[in-house]
Design a binder for this molecule. Structure first.
Ligand code: SF4
Ligand code: SF4
Length: 274
């Protein structure tokens, strides 16, 4: 979908994103807009600016340098998110209230960062995990990264929403990925659309294909969102589907309600506060 992906975080020394010690790369951009998302800064496919009102001294330096007139001092220095192009000029002149979310790395540059912890991967059985956002929105870029990492013997995992182009995935990075963590959220088609902004047809189709591809490990996961995914009806439907597809690796993820502040600083509102 995007040849020059933005990355919003690279977490080294992670124990939560696969076996052993891992470095996890968080890509920006997601085709889903889950109402409970605790990483709202991952949703947009481009850079954006976070503004922390409590740290702002109202000096107006940001407004002066903005080339797009995206900053207003009438509305508590709010950033007009439609006018903002994420150039980061305002961040350069701000002491501490603004932060640019989203950085572009060349494939070689990213590989260089990821290889810094090879000794930890080797000694712990770890590796690299691609997350997001939706990492499989960036398959041509990932192909370059995966090729190089595999040459160096790095174990690779990916966390996906399941909403991606399977044919392209198959032709590019599928042979390189050792483990796929596949989010299966809601089985009811209309409810899936209501809570994530997308129907689940493509996700279910991709899950079936991955389940029949036996050469990589597949772990299905459901985030437990009260009254949305964690209902008796939905959990029973998931169980039935997994049995039908003969998928025996399954995990649930506890709901993380810590995202509200993240919505505020990037000028968004959480649509469903749980
Ligand atoms: S430059 Fe930073 S501190 Fe000054 S008004 Fe802009 S956001 Fe606030
Ligand atoms: S990132 Fe660029 S366009 Fe957006 S508010 Fe800052 S200076 Fe203006």
């Amino acid at each position: 979908m995007n040849n020059t992906p933005y990355i919003f975080d690279i977490v080294r020394g992670s124990f939560d994103d696969g076996p052993g010690i891992r470095t996890t790369v968080f890509f920006k951009g997601c085709p889903l807009k889950c109402s409970w998302c605790h990483n709202p800064e991952s949703q947009l496919y481009r850079a954006e600016i976070a503004w922390n009102e409590n740290s702002c001294i109202k000096c107006n330096a940001c407004k002066t340098v903005c080339p797009n007139g995206a900053i207003s001092d009438k509305d508590s220095h709010r950033i007009n998110r439609i006018l903002c192009i994420g150039c980061g000029k305002c961040v350069d002149v701000c002491v501490h209230a603004l932060k640019r979310i989203g950085t572009i790395y060349s494939p070689e540059g990213l590989v260089e960062i990821l290889m810094r912890d090879k000794v930890f991967y080797d000694t712990s059985g770890g590796g690299v995990t691609f997350s997001g956002g939706e990492p499989f929105s960036h398959l041509s870029y990932l192909l370059e990264v995966c090729r190089e990492l595999k040459k160096q013997g790095i174990h690779l995992a990916a966390q996906t929403s399941g909403f991606f182009n399977y044919e392209l995935f198959e032709q590019t990075i599928q042979p390189y990925i050792n483990i796929i963590y596949f989010d299966l959220k809601i089985i009811n088609r209309n409810q899936h659309f209501f809570y994530t902004g997308q129907y689940n047809d493509l996700i279910l189709k991709n899950l079936r294909k991955l389940a029949s591809y036996k050469q990589q490990k597949l772990i299905v996961r459901t985030p437990l969102i009260p009254k949305i995914t964690a209902t008796d009806e939905n959990m029973a439907a998931i169980k039935t589907l997994l049995a039908d597809l003969k998928i025996d690796e399954y995990e649930t993820l506890e709901y993380n309600p810590m995202g509200q502040h993240k919505y505020t600083i990037i000028g968004k509102k959480q649509t469903h506060v749980i």
